[in-house]
Design a protein around this ligand. Structure first.
Ligand code: SF4
Length: 431
């Protein structure tokens, strides 16, 4: 059987149109990471994994024998090694079975795969604003955690989703169950964040930080109401408050549902720049199976047409819907053939990009508490072909690098949950 290290090297050779950094990032995201005791002890002085929305782990907290959930860093940055890697930021997904291990060798943090050195590792320092205390006593990392090597402040205003109420949540999603496991594990984990506590946290960041350039407001879907507010009113209040107090201090982004035009106009007027109405998976049939709640409440055609229509409000470059890369290969209702799966997803990319909208993707993390449950990771071949298909469609339609993600290209990209920004070489950089 080919070892994981050999497979990584083979894929780097086979897909030499992709930067090795992107191939490695996808492999680590699909397989997860483990850390030695020494590597976790060092992480205590760095920015921890804050569980900003989902668990994004391959095992449950209750099964973590070494209390990894409290001891690992949010991200690692890998460089050097035989692949001569440029610094590559990768999100931490805990998996004690992963072939990828962060360990300490001769005083240096090192990434190995099957025991063979891949590169040197850095952790992100604790940002200065993390040392502030909020008047509620909650940690800053709970209310306004930072990701993407300091670039993005992530504001999950509502840590639950009402699609779970009728068991019609997106089948890859563990948001409510993660909320429960975090609470059980004793973490301060706020169900609904107050506007005031978010403003207080953003005030500290405004004062003490110059690295964060964007924030994302998000949370679960509101189907009936939340604290008496409809979904649109619930989320707009945060954008409005932040933009009133700190106008254009950050690029304002929101991950919400595909709203009618009138609601898009309202959140745009409140100060939102970038709109992420995530369609999750391409195709009516898969969408209905994987996102049954979204299918019932909004519907497939309505969803994708609203995404495109919203470009009239935000400008097409500011409408960036996400899909979950790899979930179309799930064993319950997905493809078994890699090329068929990639061709299917590329059809969707082409449909959106022909209309000016550039989707991005995150890498599916088969979380055990999601309805799909534990799953073998889709192959590295799938992710390499997906990256090629994404870039090919992007170039074919002459689209611009999406705003709100920092610089593109290997060695510069900070988006840590997929390599879509790493595969954009400078030749494609037009913004
Ligand atoms: S809409 Fe889907 S992905 Fe989003 S929080 Fe709800 S269940 Fe999860």
């Amino acid at each position: 059987m080919t070892s994981s290290y050999q497979s990584l090297m083979d894929h780097c050779r086979q897909f030499d149109q992709l930067p090795a950094e992107a191939v490695l990032k996808q492999d680590i995201l699909r397989l997860g990471l483990r850390f030695s005791e020494a590597a976790m002890n060092i992480a205590a002085g760095f920015k921890p994994k804050d569980y900003f929305i989902f668990s994004f782990d391959l095992i449950e907290i209750k099964d973590m024998e070494n209390r990894e959930h409290l001891r690992v860093p949010e991200e690692i940055r890998v460089s050097g090694g035989s692949l001569e890697l440029r610094p590559t930021v990768i999100s931490t997904r805990i998996n004690p079975e992963s072939p990828y291990l962060v360990d300490l060798h001769e005083g240096k943090l090192t990434l190995t795969c099957d025991g063979i050195t891949v590169g040197e590792v850095e952790y992100h320092p604790v940002p200065a604003f993390y040392k502030e205390t909020l008047s509620t006593g909650k940690p800053m990392g709970e209310i306004a955690p930072v990701l993407e090597w300091g670039y993005l402040v992530y504001l999950t205003a509502y840590r639950m989703c009402q699609y779970f109420n009728k068991k019609e949540q997106c089948r890859f999603c563990d948001i409510n169950r993660n909320f429960i496991q975090q609470r059980k594990a004793g973490k301060t984990y706020t169900g609904i964040k107050g506007v005031d506590e978010i403003l207080e946290a953003m005030g500290h960041i405004d004062r003490l930080d110059d690295k964060s350039k964007a924030y994302t407001l998000t949370g679960g879907s509101v189907i009936t109401d939340l604290q008496g507010a409809q979904e649109v009113d619930f989320y707009i209040q945060y954008i409005q408050a932040i933009e009133e107090h700190f106008p254009k201090r950050w690029i304002a982004k929101a991950v919400v549902q595909a709203w009618p035009l009138e609601d898009c106009r309202r959140i745009k007027a409140a100060g939102l720049q970038i709109y992420h109405p995530n369609y999750e998976v391409w195709g009516k049939e898969l969408f209905a199976k994987i996102c049954p709640g979204k299918e019932r409440v909004i519907g497939w055609e309505n969803w994708i047409n609203r995404v495109v229509d919203s470009a009239d409000v935000f400008g097409p470059e500011n409408v960036i819907p996400n899909f979950v890369g790899g979930v179309e290969m799930n064993k319950e209702c997905g493809f078994t053939d890699v090329d068929a799966a990639v061709a299917h997803t590329q059809e969707g990319l082409d449909w959106f990009m022909a209309r000016g909208v550039v989707p991005r993707f995150t890498t599916w993390c088969p979380e055990p508490l999601a309805a799909l449950g534990p799953h073998p990771a889709p192959s590295l071949e799938y992710f390499c072909k997906l990256l090629l298909a994404w870039r090919e469609t992007f170039v074919h339609h002459g689209r611009k690098v999406p705003p709100g993600y920092g610089e593109p290209g290997p060695g510069r990209a900070v988006f840590s949950v997929s390599a879509f920004m790493d595969v954009l070489e400078p030749a494609y950089v037009t913004v």
